[in-house]
Design a protein around this ligand. Structure first.
Ligand code: AHG
Ligand code: MN
Ligand code: MN
Ligand code: MN
Length: 333
């Protein structure tokens, strides 16, 4: 019965009462929700309002920025400064920390990837936004990157918005993973996917196979064994997917299981990998673990890695627990 559904705000209030928490999560989430709704609106209008194409600038990663990378970043910065909850923010699209002035009460730090899967914007394939919330350490200067350099286990909340065939918001505050779908007419996210859990086993993997010539032996071994199918050591046939939007891949894994890999390889090793630890790997690792999955670099639990740089890159292997543990055993063995 659709009219019996609960909104994301009501869900957070219920959780707050159930877990005896302060109202802080509800407050922290409010501005993020608005930002995600606004980005969803801009993604959806696409070419109608000239939102496709490149911005003509480069970000700190050395990537060419798309118009929507810049627009989504501006929306996140603006909306999340208004509530007074955040002392500072950091983004894939900004080299330095963005301090929020005039909010002495801001005790939290917000990290985000405003638009994930930029290469998919102009071809109308799912994109998303990823966010991670940390506490501002006692006595730390919020305007300095050092305040942000906390391992993923310190996250108080993480989530993503998926701008797909429907817009969804998936989040964890450390008590399971819950998914909400945007009702555009009502303008609200409603709980549609409570307690998302990842099956421990899978027959589906995701990796950019065009990089096979760069893979390290453990990854090559794992993929070869999957490709060998029923006749191989795994004794089952595997399916492969690659959307090139991490948000979409993680969402698929939350819904039906699977494993996603963007490993360190001989070509990207000098940078440490491709995906960014603070606003891609850590929030996704938190969500995946809260849903019963696992997230590793191959040798180390992602959320235990001590960051040394705001834009640090890292190897990512995440998803169905038994599968991730198998890949990890190949790295360690
Ligand atoms: P972003 O668009 O935020 O820069 O992130 C892109 C990431 C991630 O979403 C995806 O998994 C991966 O890069 C795609 O990489 P390939 O271009 O190698 O497919
Ligand atoms: Mn990018
Ligand atoms: Mn991204
Ligand atoms: Mn991005």
């Amino acid at each position: 019965m659709p009219y019996k559904r609960i909104t994301l705000t009501h869900f957070l209030l219920q959780e707050q009462r159930r877990l005896g928490r302060s109202g802080v999560f509800t407050a922290l989430m409010t501005d993020i929700l608005t930002a995600c709704k606004m980005v969803s609106h801009e993604v959806n209008r696409g070419a109608l309002v000239g939102n496709h194409g490149v911005a003509g600038s480069e970000n700190v990663q050395g990537e060419e920025q798309k118009k929507l990378d810049v627009l989504a970043n501006d929306i996140f910065l603006h909306m999340n400064a208004l509530g007074g909850n955040y002392a500072a923010m950091a983004s894939e699209e900004l080299e330095d920390v963005h301090a929020v002035h005039g909010t002495a009460e801001g005790r939290y730090l917000l990290l985000f990837d405003p638009l994930d899967g930029s290469s998919n914007i102009d071809v109308n394939i799912s994109v998303g936004s990823i966010f991670s919330i940390l506490r501002l350490p006692e006595g730390a200067d919020a305007s300095k990157a050092d305040a942000f350099l906390q391992p993923g286990v310190q996250q108080v909340c993480a989530g993503y918005a998926l701008y797909g065939s429907s817009t969804m918001l998936v989040l964890t505050t450390g008590s399971g993973v819950h998914g909400f779908t945007l009702d555009r007419d009502v303008g609200m996210f409603f709980l549609t996917h409570p307690h998302m859990t990842i099956p421990a086993d899978t027959k589906e993997f995701a990796i950019n196979a065009s990089r096979a010539r760069f893979w390290e032996p453990p990854v090559k071994r794992y993929v070869d064994e999957c490709l060998a199918g029923k006749e191989g050591p795994r004794g089952k046939d595997f399916n492969m997917r690659w959307v090139a939007s991490m948000v979409a891949e993680v969402h698929r894994i939350l819904v039906r299981g699977g494993v996603f890999m963007y490993p360190k390889d001989v070509e990207n090793a000098k940078k440490g990998g491709k995906l960014r630890l603070m606003y891609e790997a850590n929030p996704m690792a938190f969500i995946i673990e809260q849903a019963g999955g696992a997230a590793t670099t191959g040798t180390e639990r992602i959320m235990e890695v001590q960051p040394t740089d705001l834009h640090q890159r890292i190897a990512v292997i995440l998803g169905s627990k038994n599968e991730v543990e198998l890949i990890e055993s190949y790295h360690k063995g």
